[in-house]
Design a protein around this ligand. Structure first.
Ligand SMILES: Cc1ncc(COP(=O)(O)O)c(C=O)c1O
Ligand SMILES: N[C@@H](CCCC[NH3+])C(=O)O
Length: 419
């Protein structure tokens, strides 16, 4: 069920009209629905019931807001983190250290120490170099962290090139053919508890086939490793499940995903781990924006909104589609380009799109902005950092301030010698 719905002609977030939220918090602003987050967390968990022993870790990168993480921690989710900053957020939100998985190709020595001091549940290591470095640091600290080796199965996830991670040319993981030798080498290190394999081939996947192909290769690897007398008790299958953005886009349902996972992993006898991000948070958020003006042009008019590429970067980065919907639709439509005020041609949300008719001063939302939305925001063009609001039934609260350019400027210095 969609928690952003029209009631009496006005789009609401749960029980609150978006007109009211715009009045209170200003625009542009991200609005999250707590009910949607909880429901998605529950649906995903339910979908994986047939797969047996599972550990769910929300991919913090998708939406690191502390209020969002609190909700997911309450739903029993651990956290998949890729930096000390994300690790600290997860801890602050109440995620137990043992439920935290540390992924990423570029963990620094300091970040490894921090993870070890904190007692996180698992490091997913992505190279021989990283494995040796972590072994040395763990030995120094007298620890034996649990480790999964992330493999690169060389499978085409059929998603945007910039969010594909499982092809041989991508920087992620160890080539799957090299995994047996490296796994054996690292298993011999007394300071590492080698316990599993991790895989994540990309994000916004719209077909289960590449996932099934990758998981099949991982299953073969598990057999090979066990055949070598090595222990494999955990397999982390990553995230990646897509969400519908554009009309006609139909991603596999969590239930279909769960059924495929259960079928492919039936004989593995491991604890399965998952790192969902977008499927939990994507549809739980919208970006609310106000039309500054409608500029007539040679072709279709430009609808200039007060949200920009620095607030919602996905269209500029990946040519991504986000539905644009008027908060108080009048039943008419118009063909237009939707653009922000930033001085880049790439600050374009849509071209020649048939949208709800809007005029200067009207409110509208970009849908499906709860994942990789606010977290990718910047202050480019000295714009404010976009704020975030959480709605929970008839409650609403600012969960991330609008950081204005003066605050950013206050953190800058002109050296004495230039004065
Ligand atoms: C290692 C890892 N795990 C999990 C995720 C979350 O992916 P998604 O948001 O597509 O579920 C990502 C991002 O693609 C990732 O790189
Ligand atoms: N930022 C990307 C997803 C990146 C996934 C990171 N592993 C997006 O908005 O689609």
């Amino acid at each position: 069920m969609d928690h952003f719905q029209l009631k009496n002609g006005v789009l609401h977030a749960e029980d609150i009209p978006l007109t009211e939220l715009a009045e209170i918090y200003g625009t542009p602003v991200y609005i999250y629905s707590a009910a949607t987050l909880r429901r998605h967390a529950q649906v995903f968990r339910e979908a994986l019931k047939p797969a047996g022993r599972v550990h769910l870790a929300f991919a913090v990168k998708a939406n690191p807001n502390l209020a969002v993480l609190n909700i997911l921690a309450d739903e029993g989710y651990g956290a998949d983190v890729v930096s000390a900053g994300e690790l600290n957020r997860a801890l602050q939100a109440g995620v137990a250290p043992e439920d935290i998985v540390f992924s990423g190709v570029g963990k620094t020595a300091d970040e490894m120490r921090h993870g070890l001091q904190t007692g996180i549940g698992q490091f997913n290591i992505e190279s021989a170099e990283e494995g040796h470095e972590l072994a040395a640091i763990a030995a120094e600290m007298g620890q034996t962290p649990a480790i999964a080796l992330r493999v690169n199965p060389d499978v085409d996830a059929a998603t945007h090139a910039k969010i594909s991670t499982g092809k041989a040319e991508n920087k992620f993981g160890v080539a799957i053919d090299q995994a047996p030798a490296l796994y054996a080498e690292l298993s011999a290190k007394p300071s590492l508890n080698m316990r599993g394999i991790a895989v994540h081939i990309g994000s916004q996947l719209l077909s289960l086939d590449p996932l099934e192909q990758a998981f099949g290769k991982v299953g073969d690897l598990v057999q090979t490793l066990r055949g070598q007398g090595l222990t494999v008790s955990h397999v982390d299958l990553g995230g990646g499940l897509g969400v519908p953005y554009a009309p006609g886009e139909v991603p596999p349902s969590p239930a279909d995903y769960g059924a495929m996972v259960a079928r492919v992993t039936r004989d593995w006898d491991v604890t399965l781990m998952f790192e969902p991000g977008r499927v939990i948070a994507g549809n739980a958020g919208v970006m609310l924006t106000r039309v500054i003006r409608v500029k007539q042009a040679l072709g279709n008019p430009f609808v200039v909104v007060d949200g920009a590429m620095n607030d919602l970067a996905r269209p500029a980065l990946y040519d991504a589609w986000h539905d644009f919907v008027a908060v108080q639709p009048n039943g008419e439509t118009m063909a237009a380009h939707i653009v922000g005020p930033v001085c880049e041609t790439g600050d374009t949300f849509a071209r020649d799109r048939e949208i709800d008719a809007v005029a200067a001063g009207d409110l509208a939302i970009f849908r499906t902005a709860g994942a990789y939305g606010a977290t990718l925001a910047s202050t480019y063009n000295s714009r404010a950092l976009v704020p975030e609001v959480l709605v929970d039934g008839s409650n609403h609260a600012l969960v991330a301030d609008r950081i204005d350019p003066a605050t950013i400027m206050a953190a800058e210095r002109v050296p004495e010698w230039l004065k």
